[in-house]
Design a protein around this ligand. Structure first.
Ligand code: MD6
Ligand code: FE
Length: 218
């Protein structure tokens, strides 16, 4: 798999000054074939661990994004709260293994960190979005969170460690990788919306985002 920054994409990483320290956007990190190969592996994950609709803690309001996981632990959300657990909430089965190419990507981008334990798979239809949030349900923040985007381009919003901090908007296209490490590990971020007609990789103008996390201290 070509896990290099694409020279063909012609898109540049944003100026660092206005972004939190430890934030990295790697445009076109996965080439088209690597995206297709990864998508097939994610389809195999979904075949074993079907997509479920998470719900907000307390209110039970459904998310517009559907989810599943691979790896030893999976992130789930329901009326009882946000948590990591070793089994699928509907089937009760263990999550499927993380595809080796994701473990390779992690090792390449964060060689010092212990291996990832969870890969959250988010499926977006054309109207789905994700509110501004921090990734802070992990018992350790020693490793970055690394995300891979497939399919339609998304408008990604990122701010600082306080919800009130100013934010800026960036585009995440198919094959792009984001690293939230250092100060950016706890930066607020979300998805405002998808841009229709921007990719043919995922049918129906859909988008998949994978987030790899270390959950427990090494
Ligand atoms: C998304 N991403 O791209 C949502 N979290 O659909 C995230 O929530 C995210 O991109 C942590 C690190 C990188 C991310
Ligand atoms: Fe997140």
């Amino acid at each position: 798999m070509q896990e290099r920054q694409s020279r063909e994409s012609g898109r540049k990483a944003p100026a660092a000054a206005t972004l939190p320290e430890g934030f990295r956007l790697l445009p076109g990190f996965l080439d088209r074939q690597a995206q297709k190969d990864l998508l097939e592996e994610i389809r195999a994950v979904v075949a074993v661990a079907p997509l479920f609709t998470p719900a907000m803690p307390r209110t039970g309001t459904p998310f517009s994004v559907r989810m599943t996981n691979c790896g030893a632990l999976g992130w789930v959300s329901d009326r009882a709260g946000y948590r990591y657990q070793p089994e699928h909430p509907l089937t009760g089965e263990p999550w499927p293994a993380m595809p080796p190419r994701l473990l390779d990507l992690w090792r390449q981008l964060t060689p010092e960190a212990p291996p990832p334990e969870a890969c959250l798979v988010n499926f977006y239809g054309p109207k789905a979005r994700m509110g501004l949030h921090q990734d802070r349900d992990e018992a350790t923040f020693e490793a970055p969170v690394i995300s891979v985007s497939l399919g339609a381009t998304a408008l990604f919003r990122i701010g600082g460690r306080s919800r009130k901090d100013p934010t800026r908007s960036l585009r995440l296209a198919s094959g792009d990788v984001v690293v939230l490490g250092g100060a950016a590990r706890l930066a607020y971020h979300g998805i405002d919306r998808l841009l229709p007609g921007t990719s043919t990789l995922v049918r129906g103008d859909g988008r998949i985002n994978l987030t790899l996390r270390r959950v427990t201290p090494a």
